[in-house]
Design a protein around this ligand. Structure first.
Ligand code: C2E
Ligand code: CA
Ligand code: CA
Ligand code: CA
Length: 281
């Protein structure tokens, strides 16, 4: 009873969830201070020839007792606690530094894609921060894509939109991530400062099974193409899904069919030794 005439129900399960949350929050604080993370890289390839266009940087946390903790669990905690600001600085710096190193080692034309959380957009000028990181690492703006989720973009105020526009003018690519999950109307696509639509995995999973999802997917592709946007299908796991998205006009795909996210060492060995960027071969 909370004293205002309202009763709340607690279950042991809620208690466990709260305990885990506070435990992870404290562990995350320590991990961020120690930079106890690493990045994995997953290729995004052109549908026509499977040549790599981007690597998406995906953050990994290997906890000494818990083992691997999924970003699906720790990123929201980092966002609610603002730890994402410090962690996000490290992620952006590390991602740009790694891609610059691959370029210097002879891997050309492959770009890096970095997830940016809404909290990072709100707390300071994303333009100044990203440009400073590029200067520091020597990476060219043309080699960087920023992924901002649909739900973040539809909530973004005009100041944030202006910052993203400025970044696009510098040659940085902006992608709307997890598209289809944020309930924006299709017409907002025309007004957002974006170059790329990343269609959420749930649509790719459903499209082969449900005519409704397939029709939505087709409509998104048609509209995207008319607006001059590139379309990426995420979570492509099966050849049939690859064929389907290729047929309806998706430009690039990402998913286990092509490659799982891999460590920088594996990526470096595979790509630089062969000196190619074709993941299908
Ligand atoms: P996301 O941005 O949608 O990233 C794609 C997720 O889908 C990754 O999971 C990736 O491993 C997974 N995935 C890729 N291909 C397939 C596939 O074919 N099948 C299936 N089932 N899954 C696939 P991951 O690495 O666990 O990341 C989950 C989410 O955590 C990301 O979703 C993103 O929202 C967040 N995240 C990860 N790293 C960062 C980061 O550095 N910053 C921020 N802000 N968020 C991050
Ligand atoms: Ca992403
Ligand atoms: Ca995504
Ligand atoms: Ca997703």
């Amino acid at each position: 009873h909370d004293g205002k005439g309202i009763f709340k129900v607690y279950s042991p399960e809620m208690g466990n969830k709260m305990r885990r949350y506070h435990y992870l929050l404290e562990e995350l604080r320590l991990a961020v201070a120690r930079k106890d993370f690493y990045l994995n890289f997953q290729p995004i390839v052109h549908v026509e020839d499977c040549m790599i266009d981007y690597f998406e940087a995906l953050t990994r946390w290997n906890h000494s007792i818990e083992g691997m903790i999924s970003p699906v669990e720790f990123i929201p905690i980092a966002e609610e606690s603002n730890l994402i600001l410090e962690l996000g600085d490290w992620i952006m710096l590390e991602a740009c530094r790694q891609m610059a190193a691959w370029h210097n080692a002879g891997l050309r034309k492959v770009r890096i894609s970095v997830n940016v959380s809404g909290v990072q957009l709100k707390h300071r000028s994303i333009y100044d921060w990203v440009m400073a990181t590029l200067t520091k690492t020597g990476l060219s703006p043309n080699s960087l894509m920023l992924e901002v989720t649909e739900s973040t973009l539809i909530k973004a105020d005009s100041l944030i939109i202006k910052e993203l526009e400025k970044l696009r003018k510098e040659g940085i690519t902006i992608a709307i991530d997890d598209f289809g999950t944020g309930f924006s109307s299709l017409s907002t696509l025309a007004d957002l400062p974006i170059d790329v639509i990343k269609i959420d995995r749930s649509f790719i999973t459903q499209a082969n099974k449900s005519k409704k999802y397939l029709d939505i997917l087709k409509t998104i592709c048609e509209l995207g193409q008319k607006l001059g946007l590139k379309i990426v299908a995420e979570g492509v796991e099966e050849p049939a899904q690859f064929e389907l998205v290729k047929r309806i006009g998706v430009s690039s795909v990402q998913g286990y069919l092509v490659s799982r996210p891999e460590s920088s060492v594996n990526v470096g060995n595979k790509l630089l030794n062969k000196n190619v960027s074709n993941m299908s071969g």
